[in-house]
Design a protein around this ligand. Structure first.
Ligand code: KG4
Ligand code: ZN
Length: 367
């Protein structure tokens, strides 16, 4: 990948730089067009959730086949909804990793083909970086020529502490400037979203587990079960596998007491609420402590789990500084965030070659 100059002195971008973003890292096929890293002109997402729900989780082979079917129509739709053609776009940004190899290559090859055919610059984007840049985006989309007055919310200010919580990652990052990431810590075992998905399966809720647990928890008592919080003192790391095991043990104990093996007989709402509160306590507690320790001006939360209402409410209520959490449609995987991150990389001079390959295990600290 090409080196980028220091982020402190970006060259002046052309007015209204438009980036086409393409995202196929996991089980959503998405395309979007974003202007100046902040204004979404269009954002289309084809979710494969229903396809994978029958397997109780993501089936990688099925995911890549579905991306092949969907990706071109999705890109077409993104251009149409923005009232633009490819000639109106300044660059193509595509998710390079981390993610499922078979899924990543679909978006990457489409992006390469389009860049080659239209002579547009190509920019490979780290998926975690794109989640971070979702905090710069406005919502809802405003197509070109729609003539709406747009009130942009304030941009996040540095230094900031970013908590990225998704199905595959739980990371605490210090950002002193654009495109600069210092990894403070991360999960030692399960990602937060993975814990939601696994516990949901355990107590008979569907896939994806996060929204299902949130719904069940809304009528439950979060104090009923005292599930453990792994604070891992003196580190910025997280661990959720012990919590998952504690829920499993409680389920077994309840089943032994009731004599019923049916998940329907479990106090699902109380289990979900108690589990959710244990996750939220640790995510919020450690993020706030990190923000204080590193004198962060602001906090940023992103990734699929940032859609969780309990997490959003607790973070905002307990923080002593502004908290940026994307609107719900931008929390889970989408391509607007890829185009948004692509803009900041574009104006700092990044251009990738057509030899670029996907990086399924690409840590943010190595971006
Ligand atoms: O960022 P994302 O869409 O994909 C990855 O990059 O992994 O995150 C998906 C994860 C899943 O584990 C899903 O259960 C979780 O985000 N999630 C939630 C909620 N919505 C999605 N977790 C908790 N509460 C939610 N409302
Ligand atoms: Zn994601």
């Amino acid at each position: 990948m090409s080196a980028i100059p220091s982020p402190s002195s970006p060259p002046a971008p052309p007015l209204s730089t438009r980036i086409l973003g393409i995202e196929t890292s996991c089980d959503e096929t998405a395309a979007a067009i974003v202007e100046s890293g902040r204004i979404i002109l269009s954002s289309t997402v084809a979710s494969q959730v229903d396809l994978h729900a029958q397997f109780g989780g993501i089936f990688p082979e099925v995911a890549s086949r579905q991306h092949i079917r969907t990706v071109y129509p999705i890109v077409e739709t993104a251009l149409q909804q923005a009232h633009l053609s490819l000639g109106d776009v300044d660059a193509i940004a595509v998710t390079r990793g981390p993610g499922l190899p078979g899924s990543l290559v679909i978006g990457m090859n489409v992006a390469k083909g389009m860049a080659l055919g239209s002579h547009l610059p190509l920019i490979g984007i780290n998926h975690l970086e794109s989640h971070i840049y979702s905090a710069w985006l406005s919502w809802p989309p405003v197509p070109e020529g729609a003539g709406q007055e747009l009130q942009l919310k304030p941009e996040p200010r540095f230094p900031l502490v970013a908590l990225i919580v998704s199905g595959g990652h739980t990371e605490l990052i210090l950002m002193e400037d654009h495109l600069r990431y210092q990894r403070l810590g991360g999960t030692l075992d399960d990602a937060a979203g993975e814990a939601f998905d696994k516990v949901a399966r355990l107590i008979g809720l569907g896939y994806p587990g996060g929204p299902a647990i949130q719904k069940a928890a809304s009528t439950g008592n979060p104090r009923r079960f005292a599930f453990p919080r792994a604070w891992l003192e003196d580190t910025w790391n997280f661990s959720f596998s012990g919590l998952k095991t504690a829920v499993l043990r409680e389920v077994r104990r309840l089943q032994a007491v009731s004599g019923s093996q049916l998940v329907a007989d479990l106090p699902v709402a109380d289990l979900a609420a108690s589990f959710q509160e244990a996750v939220v306590d640790v995510l919020v507690g450690k993020t706030l402590r990190a923000a204080e320790a590193f004198h962060a001006e602001e906090i940023l939360v992103a990734g699929g789990v940032s859609a969780n209402k309990a997490l959003r409410d607790a973070m905002v209520a307990q923080a002593n500084c502004p908290v940026h959490i994307p609107p719900l449609p931008l929390c889970t995987d989408n391509a607007a965030m890829v185009a948004g991150a692509g803009y900041f990389r574009f104006i700092h001079g990044q251009r990738d070659s057509l030899d670029m390959d996907v990086l399924p295990n690409w840590p943010l600290s190595e971006v």
